[in-house]
Design a binder for this molecule. Structure first.
Ligand code: KIV
Ligand code: ZN
Length: 549
């Protein structure tokens, strides 16, 4: 039988303290509903004394959200505790969480005034009294009272034990040991929990809690070390948001306890398939994007790009995955295609998209894919569809290519007309011509330079460009049509560099025109494949248009 650890979510309190993360009351209520669905045990809804909006958020959450205990934060001050008690008054399952600083550095900074005493001992005694009074006052509102020794991580251990004892004697049922500044190492944090537990005659009569900040990137490791040392509540936030570097990330803790149940034997009761959705909701409300490589909920957390990993995962998922994507609400088997992908990943994805690539075409398709992947950070499904379409309509090996675009460069200057330099190889004969031209826009300049290079002007009937894949490095697809006598010839090209794609599309159209004029077998291909589309509607599109810029 696994033991239960209480998941205390403080996304709406400590998480919201992250600089720039403040949320509206409405957003907090929405997130609270989501956290309830997720299955958190305690939901710290806010710090009621700090503002009317915080008060209202606590009040609404405690009345509108079913499931978790609603908790409100208060300093060890009478007014704070009264505000927390009043904000929670309409709720049925509530907790007041009161805290006071206990480390020397905090005591010197916050309790310098002589009314707290003149020596460190006197000031510590004042803190013990304030702790006792605050916990007793909180107990008049609810029998569920949590006490936190702020900056416990840097607090003298003997004094920490005294404060904890005072809080427990006054009625606190949960004792939180915050590493407020993220200073502790995991073994140190575990030892601190053991020490304070050891100071109580019956440590199991109260719940010890971890609350770790991530200043050294150790918040999750410290929380887990605390659990090993006997803590049975973990305070954490979705996506690890919180003061400065943030708090321990809920999703990481929950999955660590689950995946490594062999070491902990602890159950959280969290509905893990909702983790990713919850992360997205919190990210949208807090305005903090989730980094792609974020453990558990990051976009890349279950994606495989390297060929060797893709091959391994496709054969046996557990080779490179220690948990199932669907268990945390991510899509199953995310094969991300990019420059490190191998053939297995590519052909598996193409198969999933419905393309049955014959063996004898695989080398060509893979080569086209690697060429595309070199130009794009990620190759999306739409990119693959375009690749398959263009390879299906591209002239087969051996068919005539009359012009090959070797180089294109465009210079754009706000004070001058754009200038393009083009280098084209005439494949029949091998001549290479490099030409320059200016134009009304960069595309116009390119097309004029190409016309010079092929020594013939062409009437551009149509030019369109559209984005055909996602992301900032999306591919643009260019379609052009040129007219020659009664006939029109189409050219298409796509790429992340839309000026190059514009040049390629035009050259493709010129190749079709050249093939049509020539007397070789490709004439039939052009006639059947391309001209069939346009012969009938030449009238509609006969008007010449200048090249688009
Ligand atoms: O980090 C901290 O010490 C806190 C307390 C209020 C628990 O957030
Ligand atoms: Zn904190």
């Amino acid at each position: 039988m696994s033991e239960h650890v209480t998941i205390f979510d403080t996304t709406l309190r400590d998480g919201e303290q992250a600089p720039g993360a403040s949320m509206t009351v409405e957003e907090k209520v929405q997130i609270a509903h989501q956290l309830a669905k997720l299955g958190v045990d305690v939901l710290e809804a806010g710090f009621p004394i700090s503002s009317p909006a915080q008060f209202e958020a606590v009040q609404r959450i405690t009345t509108e959200v079913d499931g978790p205990v609603t908790c409100a934060l208060a300093r060890t001050k009478e007014d704070d505790i009264r505000a927390a008690g009043e904000a929670l008054a309409a709720g049925t399952d509530t907790r007041i969480h009161t805290f006071i600083a206990t480390s020397d550095v905090h005591i010197n900074a916050k309790f310098g005034d002589e009314r707290f005493g003149t020596s460190m001992r006197e000031k510590r005694e004042a803190i013990l009294r304030m702790t006792q009074d605050a916990v007793e006052q909180a107990c008049t509102y609810t029998d569920n009272v949590e006490f936190s020794a702020e900056d416990a991580g840097r607090t003298d251990r003997a004094f920490l034990c005294e404060v904890v004892l005072a809080a427990v004697e006054a009625g606190a049922t949960t004792i939180n040991i915050p590493d407020t500044t993220g200073y502790c190492m995991p073994d140190e944090y575990a030892a601190m929990i053991e020490t304070v537990r050891g100071a109580l005659s019956d440590p199991d009569a109260v719940v010890f809690s971890t609350h770790c900040h991530d200043d050294l990137g150790l918040a999750v490791a410290n929380s887990l070390a605390g659990v090993k040392a006997g803590a049975r509540q973990i305070e954490c936030t979705i996506n690890g948001i919180g003061e400065r570097a943030g708090n321990a990330a809920l999703e990481e803790i929950v999955m660590a306890l689950r995946v490594r149940g062999d070491r902990y034997g602890i159950d959280t009761g969290i509905n893990t398939p909702l983790l990713t959705e919850t992360s997205k909701i919190v990210s949208a409300s807090s305005g903090f994007p989730v980094q792609p490589n974020k453990a558990i909920v990051g976009r890349n957390a279950f994606s495989h790009e390297a060929g060797i990993h893709q091959h391994g995962v496709l054969k046996e998922r557990t080779t490179y995955e220690i948990m199932r994507a669907e268990d945390v609400g991510q899509d199953e088997e995310q094969i991300r295609l990019g420059r490190h992908s191998g053939r297995h990943g590519l052909f598996r994805r193409l198969e999933q998209l419905g393309f049955d690539v014959p063996d004898d075409q695989r080398d060509v398709i893979y080569e086209q894919f690697t060429d595309l992947a070199d130009r794009k950070k990620e190759v999306f499904d739409e990119d693959l569809r375009r690749l398959m379409e263009s390879s299906a309509t591209a002239p087969r090996e051996g068919s005539a290519l009359y012009y090959e675009l070797e180089h294109v460069a465009v210079s754009i200057d706000t004070d001058r007309k754009p200038e393009a330099t083009i280098r084209i190889r005439h494949t029949h004969g091998g001549a290479v011509r490099e030409e320059q031209a200016t134009g009304d826009g960069p595309v116009d300049a390119i097309y004029r330079a190409i016309d010079h290079a092929v020594q013939e002007a062409h009437a551009l009937v149509d030019y369109t460009i559209r984005s055909i894949s996602e992301g900032a490095d999306a591919q643009g697809e260019v379609n052009v049509r040129i007219r020659h006598g009664e006939n029109q010839f189409a050219g298409q090209a796509s790429g992340t560099d839309v000026l190059r794609a514009s040049a390629e599309a035009y050259v493709n159209a010129l190749n079709r025109l050249a093939a049509f004029r020539s007397d070789d077998t490709s004439v039939q291909f052009v006639m059947d494949g391309i001209m069939g589309m346009f012969n009938g509607d030449a009238e509609d599109t006969a008007e010449e248009k200048p090249a688009k810029s």
